[in-house]
Structures are given as C-alpha cells and as structure tokens.
Design a protein around this ligand. Structure first.
Ligand code: HEC
Length: 146
C-alpha cells in the first residue's frame, strides 16, 4: 500500500472507525468487465474478493459458531448461505446491507482494513441475484490464513 493511500485513509471522514480504509479492486479490469457483462463466477470473481477482504475473520476457527465463508459446506452450516445470503434475493440479503452500515450492534463490514469498492459491491449483488451459486469441494473452499 502506498503512503498516499494510508494518508487518504487516515484523513477520510468515516463511520466511527479510524481503521476502515478506502478499498482498491481485488480483480483486474478485464475480470471486472467479464463480471459486469456476463455471469458472475464464484471461483473467478467472488472468491478472490471474499478471500482478500472477509474470509480471514469469517471462518470457523476465527469465529466459532458465526457466519463462515471458508467453504460451501461451512457456508450452509453456519447460515451464510440461506440466512445472510438469500439466493436470488439481494434486497433481502443482510450480507449486502452489512457492507453499508452497522445493524443491531454489528459494525459495518469489514470493521478494519480495506472496504469493498463500488464495483465489488455490485458484483456481489449480481452474484446473489443470479442465484449465489457456490461450488462444493476445492473450488468453493477459500484459502484462510492460519
Ligand atoms: C477484521 C475482521 C473482520 C473482517 C475483515 C470482516 N468481518 Fe464481518 N464480522 C466480524 C465480526 C467480529 C463480526 C461479529 C459482529 C461484531 O462483533 O461486530 C462480524 C459480523 C459480520 C456479519 C453479521 C453476521 C455475523 O456472523 O455476525 C456479516 C454479514 C459480515 N460480518 C460480513 C462481512 C463481509 C462481507 C466482510 C468482507 C467485506 C467482512 N464481514 C469482513 C469481523 C470481520
């Protein structure tokens, strides 16, 4: 991260936290274009974003019993898919509204680190609208830092 980014992050008016930084796109322009124009792929588009900005905190080891993003199996088991993400219904998916602002004592996400860019929010919204397909097995397993 460049010094300029850090300074902008520190100076930005914020939502109650000093540590939420302006985000940069995890995906390349080319990948974003594919997601914008066609079908959003979990493996190519969604997973890299969740891996970079969410999954280090949202897995069974870091937060036992809470919403996990580690794999399709854990996502179903912990309600990530079905409760927080309602496939086909982005407007009812609190996974998305949690990115904008806090709710009932839970902070806006992520609470620290780089926030999602507008492109990344749109991509997640479109993925959920298209049915939130999440493959089983290795392709649907996120790399979680130990
Ligand atoms: C630095 C750790 C951290 C990161 C990064 C993070 N979260 Fe969270 N998240 C938490 C914690 C801790 C909670 C539990 C509520 C609280 O204490 O505010 C939570 C709660 C949530 C909830 C409410 C469901 C629940 O289990 O309580 C959602 C939805 C959520 N996070 C989505 C996300 C998304 C999407 C991202 C990535 C853009 C993200 N979070 C990144 C730590 C994190």
């Amino acid at each position: 991260m460049g010094l300029a980014t850090l300074i902008v992050g520190c100076a930005a008016p914020d939502s109650g936290s000093e540590t939420r930084l302006p985000g940069r796109n995890v995906l390349s322009e080319a990948q974003l274009r594919v997601a914008r124009e066609g079908r959003v792929s979990f493996t190519d588009h969604v997973k890299p974003v969740l891996e970079a900005k969410c999954a280090m905190c949202h897995n069974a080891k870091a937060q036992p019993g809470r919403m996990s993003l580690a794999s399709q199996a854990e996502a179903i088991q912990t309600g990530t898919l079905g409760s927080w993400i309602i496939p086909g219904k982005p407007d009812q998916s609190r996974f998305l509204s949690q990115l904008e602002s806090g709710h009932q004592g839970v902070k806006a996400m992520p609470p620290v680190g780089e926030v999602l860019t507008p492109e990344e929010r749109l991509l997640l919204r479109k993925w959920i609208a298209q049915g939130a397909a999440w493959p089983a097995g290795q392709l649907g397993r996120l790399a979680i830092a130990p």
